[in-house]
Design a protein around this ligand. Structure first.
Ligand SMILES: [Mn+2]
Length: 430
């Protein structure tokens, strides 16, 4: 396991030479009074170290020692309360650091570690406390420059190296993403089977969370959205507190995080096991749209092409259902479809649910490459008070899968979740 982190550090070292990269662990966030939010390590930090403790700093540099960790030292009393720490010895022994120091020594050691290197890869402006430490080290080095010492005179955004690496997933990462998707699939299937009118949205949320944890996922990758009836038309519905009524559609947007990798899946299914005719019509349009978009997630394609493919089918469907006027090109040009489809079709997926990596290169949508993973998630949302044929009011449908771009074509890693009308109805019937 430590091997994959080492390989990544070596790639980074190669890219930043000559220079140093400094990353801070995620800060601990207070929830209220003295209760903390559940801790989750910063994705970049974890990507390069596998180290999940707070109050840690990583320095990677092209001169020895190459891999330096600042960590919380062992403390038997604190460990009784908060659990074991790797400590200084653990940082070198178990995590492969060439040198490790107590975090309290960061301010005095950082200038020496950065001195004589011309470039510092550090993300300014993300965390004020971290900025203060780095600025102080640079100020110290500037003063020392009078003595003829070098110091980092250029500050580089580490994203250009790190996030480009993270955008293209290696074999280990894909294994974790497949497992995350498998667990998520199980959770969605269970909901289709067990949901009945009369249940509350939060009961479904509870079942999702239970499956995630029971199968070893650390946590949901984002707050699960369970939108029944008109709530399905609210994109980021999070209260999950409505009672599911007979005849409702239930939109569930939920995915777990497993081994620090996210899945992100949406399914929409009928609470009564059968779609009503208008629900089925809307559903079929979204499904056709999603399949057309997945077909475009190919090496050399772009997210614009993926979105365009989804959009054309959605717009044709909206026209056919009488929800908007045609023709297609005019509807796309003036955006009249946006009342019913107001978001983009895709985002990158990885350690972060909205994963890192640029969407544009040289001013144009970048080309898809093998190893990239993205979501494909078109939808149609007809609000409860829309001035349309009343049969369509309050219908919200989104279908979302996680798709790997590969030389052999699109690979839907979340394909274990039922998706066609028949499949969904069968899953709902148990
Ligand atoms: Mn998504």
């Amino acid at each position: 396991m430590a091997e994959r982190f080492k390989e990544r550090r070596e790639r980074v070292l190669h890219a930043i030479e000559p220079g140093a990269l400094v990353l801070f662990s995620a800060p601990v966030a207070l929830r209220n009074n003295d209760v903390e939010h559940e801790y989750r390590q910063d994705s970049d930090f974890y990507y390069l170290t596998g180290f999940d403790e707070p109050e840690s700093v990583l320095v990677l540099k092209s001169t020895a020692p190459h891999f330096v960790l600042f960590v919380r030292p062992r403390n038997p009393e604190r460990e009784t309360w908060d659990g074991p720490r790797a400590g200084i010895d653990g940082a070198t022994r178990d995590f492969g650091a060439d040198a490790a120091y107590p975090i309290d020594e960061l301010h005095e050691r950082l200038p020496d570690l950065l001195g004589s290197l011309p470039r510092l890869f550090y993300r300014v402006g993300a965390e004020p406390a971290a900025d203060a430490q780095v600025h102080k080290a640079l100020a110290t080095l500037r003063r020392r420059a009078r003595l003829g010492l070098e110091w980092p005179t250029s500050l580089v955004e580490p994203d250009v190296v790190l996030h480009e690496m993270r955008l293209k997933k290696d074999a280990t990462e894909l294994e974790l993403m497949r497992e995350a998707a498998a667990i998520t699939a199980e959770a969605h299937i269970e909901l289709m089977r067990t949901t009945r009118a009369g249940m509350y949205e939060y009961e479904l949320e509870g079942l999702l969370r239970r499956t995630f944890r029971a199968r070893g996922a650390e946590r949901p990758a984002y707050s699960p959205i369970v939108g029944s009836g008109p709530n399905a038309t609210i994109l980021h519905h999070r209260r999950n507190d409505r009672r599911i009524e007979p005849g409702d559609l239930v939109l569930v947007d939920a995915g777990c995080e497993y081994g620090y990798y996210a899945s992100d899946v949406t399914r929409t299914f009928p609470a009564d096991k059968r779609f009503s005719p208008p629900q089925r019509d809307v559903y079929q349009v979204v499904l056709d749209s999603q399949l057309a978009a997945i077909e475009k997630t190919r090496v050399g394609g772009t997210l614009d092409e993926v979105h365009r493919a989804a959009l054309e089918v959605i717009v044709d469907g909206l026209i056919a259902l009488g929800l908007i006027d045609g023709p297609r090109d005019a509807a796309i040009a003036d955006g009249r479809y946006k009342r019913f489809y107001m978001h983009r079709t895709s985002h990158w997926l990885g350690m972060d649910v909205h994963d890192v990596g640029r969407y544009f290169k040289d001013g144009a949508p970048r080309k898809l490459e093998a190893g990239m993973v993205l979501t494909v998630e078109p939808g149609i949302y007809v609000s409860a008070d829309a001035e349309v044929d009343p049969r369509f009011r309050g219908i919200g449908v989104r279908i979302e899968d996680d798709v790997l771009v590969s030389p052999e074509g699109p690979v839907v890693i979340s394909d274990a979740v039922p998706k066609t009308v028949d499949e969904v109805e069968r899953a709902c019937a148990g």
